[in-house]
Every structure is written in C-alpha cells, then in structure tokens.
Design a protein around this ligand. Structure first.
Ligand SMILES: Nc1ncnc2c1ncn2[C@@H]1O[C@H](COP(=O)(O)OP(=O)(O)OP(=O)(O)O)[C@@H](O)[C@H]1O
Ligand SMILES: CC(=O)N[C@H]1[C@@H]2OC[C@@H](O2)[C@@H](O)[C@@H]1O[C@H](C)C(=O)O
Length: 351
C-alpha cells in the first residue's frame, strides 16, 4: 500500500479465506527517498498523460524491494499510487502495473482494485470498509462501531457487526470525511520545510480561527450524502483560508478543519456507534485526537486499543481484499461506494 501522503510503501501479511481474518503476520515499511518522492509528486494529478514511465519505475522498484522480504506470501495485493481520483470525471487511476510486479516477484499479484467499481457507477473508494467489517468480527464487536482512517484524506466506516456479511444491506456505511493530514503536511512543508506537524506540536501552540473553519465547512462536499469520495488535493482552498495566519494558528485551524469534517461525517451514522476506532498516521496527532474526543459523544480510541495495528491496517486491508478477489467475493457494495450492486473489483496477474 502506498497512500496519498507519499511517505512510502507499507506491507503486511494476513492469513485469510477472504471472509475471516485467521491470523495477522509480519509487516514492513519502505520509505521513498526524497528523489523518489519528488518524482511521484511531480506526476500527481497527471492522468491521462505521457511521461509516467519514470514514476511507474519508482513504484515498481519500491514495492519489489519491500516484497522481496516476504518470500512466504502466496499472493500479493498491490494498490498502486493514486494519481487522480475523479469517479464522475476522468475516473480513478493508480500508478503501477501488477503484471510487472508479478513478473519481478514470481508470484500472483491482485491489483487495479478501484476501476470496476467506478465503471459501474460507484465512487471506487473507500475500499477498506469490507476489511473493517472483518476487523469488527475479529475483535468480537457486537454493536455498531466506527473506524476512522486519518491518512492524507480521512475516511469513515460505520459497521453493524450483527450482520453475517459486509455486503448485507445495512451492514456498512462508508465515505471520505474530508482532508486529514495532506493539507497539514503541505502547510508545514511550505512554511517550515517539515514532513508533518509531529504529534500536533505546532497546532498545540496555535489558536483556531473560527472564520476560516466556518468557510471550510461551507464547502458543498459536506452537504453531499454518503457514499462519497475525494482526491488528495480536492481541498486545496484550505491553504488559502489560512494564508494570513501565523504558522501555529494555521496548523491549529487546519487540524480543527480535519476534525470538524469527521464530526460532520459522524452525523451520517445510521445508529450512534459505541466507539470510534482510529487508524492511520493522524492518530499520532494528539491535538486532532483531542479535538475528536471533545467533539464526539462516543469514546475515540486508536485501533491499538483493540489489538489492531494502525500503521498497517490499510496494507492488511489490501492483502485481505486481494484474497477476496481471488475467491470471486465482492469488495464494495452500495453502502461503501454507492455502486448500484455489489462489485468484485481487481484483476489478477500471474507471472
Ligand atoms: N507522529 C505524528 N504526528 C502527526 N502526524 C503524523 C505522525 N505520524 C504520521 N503522521 C501523519 O500521518 C501521515 C501518514 O499517514 P498514513 O500513512 O495513514 O497516510 P496514507 O496511507 O499515506 O494516506 P491515505 O490513507 O490517505 O492513503 C503522515 O504524512 C503525517 O501527516
Ligand atoms: C482514490 C484513493 O486512493 N483514495 C484513498 C485516499 O486515502 C484515504 C481515502 O482517500 C480513501 O478513500 C482511499 O484509501 C483507502 C485505503 C480506502 O480505499 O479505503
């Protein structure tokens, strides 16, 4: 899995029959070098278009490097690097060719997870919800709960684990909440040359500018009913909204924006969840976590509280989805992507 933050590639092993999680295995991480990241950043949004070969090579090499350390994995799920995501426009495109990786590693690779869903009228994202359903079963949840991924973009999955399958009507509702870490990363990179606002230390020193926050929440996206999804840079207006603010106030305000988007999203839950389990890098941002805890009525906990690994959950999700694809099981449904009927996305390339 190579997410929207462009930090690197995560890999995680899972033992599954495509239904239940039987066992979690080893995991690993391969950061992109600065040069690799610059190559990828330069092609973000460039689809369709020529000149993607060098960037594709970066993706293939980084994944092949990392996966060579997992010789026992029988099959690989390969998400690729999202270059553009416009389900109602030019479609969704993840850079990287599973056939190249299958050849390099001598193992079957499941990839291109999103395009079938988009072709059938769905959002093509988020796709982790079917895995969140399996996680809810794995932790023995008996009442509705919610998972929140705070990556570059945020996404929320409401799960009713009393259903037998994720595709059952009423088992899942999922959507992207709004921007999460990506605009904060962009802000601190632009102004301070930093990767991220580590632990929310900068936001902690600042004051939230309510006017900017209100303008942000006025965005049309927040009036759309879910399922709905976003591209990394759909909210580039955020940098404009905080342009006049000090570094600390801008960070605090952007952090509040990400948290407010989640709180808005939580109002769509069909039944109040008994807890919000948070995964993704943003759970390390203590200010964002505190804002959520103060603003929501249910406990807000990192997924570690239930024995899951918040740094690897998305990589595990695409490993799990790969096995579902291999077994001909669906990977999305009306409640997760808004597609008219359940869809089994993904294609399999064999060496
Ligand atoms: N200690 C920390 N303090 C604050 N933020 C952090 C910390 N650690 C990670 N992050 C944030 O989390 C981001 C990485 O999160 P993650 O790996 O979940 O995103 P991603 O998978 O790339 O994105 P997406 O889920 O949108 O595809 C970093 O870019 C950074 O903004
Ligand atoms: C198009 C795309 O790559 N979307 C990502 C992105 O990052 C978070 C959010 O936006 C989510 O919708 C999705 O990733 C996760 C892994 C998903 O599909 O569940």
């Amino acid at each position: 899995m190579s997410g929207t933050s462009l930090d690197g590639v995560d890999a995680a092993e899972i033992v599954t029959d495509g239904l239940r999680i039987l066992e979690f295995g080893a995991s690993g991480y391969r950061p992109y070098s600065d040069a690799e990241r610059a190559t990828l950043r330069a092609v973000l949004g460039r689809w369709p278009g020529a000149g993607l070969e060098a960037a594709a090579r970066v993706v293939h090499e980084a994944h092949a490097d990392l996966m060579a350390g997992f010789p026992e994995a029988e099959m690989l799920g390969f998400h690729g690097q999202t270059l553009a995501h416009e389900p109602q426009g030019r479609g969704t495109h993840q850079l990287g060719d599973g056939a190249v990786l299958a050849e390099a590693l001598g193992r079957p690779v499941v990839w291109d997870f999103r395009s079938a869903d988009v072709a059938l009228g769905g959002e093509g994202a988020p796709l982790a919800p079917f895995f969140h359903f399996a996680c809810a079963k794995w932790i023995g949840a008996e009442a509705p709960l919610a998972f929140l991924n705070l990556g570059g973009v945020g996404n929320l999955t409401w799960v009713d684990p009393r259903h037998a399958t994720p595709e059952a009507e009423g088992a899942l509702l999922a959507f992207d909440t709004g921007p999460a870490n990506a605009p904060i990363n962009d802000l601190v990179a632009l102004r301070l040359g930093l990767d991220c606002d580590r632990d929310g230390a900068l936001a902690r020193q600042g004051r939230v500018e309510d006017g900017a926050l209100e303008l942000f929440l006025d965005e049309q996206y927040f009036r759309r009913m879910p399922p709905k999804s976003l591209d990394r840079d759909d909210f580039s207006l955020m940098l404009d909204l905080v342009r006049e603010l000090s570094d600390a106030d801008a960070a605090a305000t952007m952090t509040a924006m990400a948290a407010a988007a989640v709180m808005q999203g939580m109002e769509h839950c069909p039944v109040a969840p008994d807890r919000l389990l948070v995964t993704g890098g943003g759970r390390h941002n203590l200010v964002m976590m505190e804002m959520l805890a103060v603003g929501l009525d249910c406990p807000v906990l990192p997924v570690e509280a239930v024995g899951l690994d918040g740094d690897m959950l998305e990589a595990q999700a695409f490993a799990y989805l790969a096995v579902r694809v291999a077994h001909g099981l669906p990977t999305s449904c009306p409640g997760t992507t808004g597609v008219a009927a359940r869809v089994g996305g993904g294609q399999i390339s064999r060496p």
